[in-house]
Ligand binder design. Structure first.
Ligand code: ZN
Length: 203
């Protein structure tokens, strides 16, 4: 099982981090050891003083595929969920400045929160899914899949040109604006529409 993550997929988030708009999707991966076990707290790793949440829609792959055409991509998933791509922003910036890979900042133990999933049939339009994150009961991120630069089916097609997708793989589809730092005792709750998808306590 692998976790494929998309970076810079929402224009407003690109603007807030003062990045350039990419010409192709930015891709990185997390290993299975990055998954935060359900109901475990998230411990801020001691190598970061600027640990950020990024709430993201997550697609669960249900079929083996490579070189998938965009028009067939919808056949490769039937559930959509929500997760957090925890990011050590300070370390990520250091690595980026040196032109080094981001893994230490993005793929460490516990860096992938994967919450509940909903059947695709629950959504009238995959490209209009509202989601968001509350930190200590206040909205910090609100997004909608219609704001994605590359939509879910386009991402599946693109990613599958490089990596064979396998049953049980996850794709984190990028974060909207509003990313920010977590501190010990913060409580993060993720929503798709009105539905609570996960709850994480920060330590
Ligand atoms: Zn992310």
């Amino acid at each position: 099982m692998k976790i494929i993550c998309i970076g810079r997929n929402y224009a407003e988030h690109i603007a807030e981090l003062q990045h350039e708009r990419p010409t192709d999707p930015v891709i990185f991966m997390k290993p299975d050891s990055a998954i935060l076990p359900a109901h475990n707290p998230f411990y801020i790793p001691d190598f970061s003083n600027d640990l950020h949440y990024e709430v993201e829609l997550v697609v669960k792959i249900n079929r083996l595929g490579k070189h998938i055409a965009p028009r067939f991509a919808h056949k490769y998933y039937d559930e959509i969920g929500l997760g957090i791509d925890f990011t050590a922003r300070d370390l990520q910036n250091q690595l980026k400045d040196k032109g080094l890979p981001w893994e230490k900042a993005k793929a460490f133990d516990g860096s992938a929160v994967i919450g509940d999933f909903l059947p695709k049939t629950d959504f009238p339009d995959i490209n209009a899914i509202e989601f968001g994150l509350k930190k200590n009961q206040e909205w910090v991120q609100k997004g909608n899949s219609e704001m994605m630069l590359w939509k879910i089916d386009e991402l599946i097609a693109y990613v599958s040109q490089f990596f064979t997708l396998k049953i049980g793989d996850f794709i984190f589809t990028g974060t909207p604006a509003g990313v920010g730092k977590v501190s010990p005792e913060d409580e993060l709750v993720g929503f798709i529409g009105e539905k609570k998808m996960f709850e994480v306590k920060v330590k």
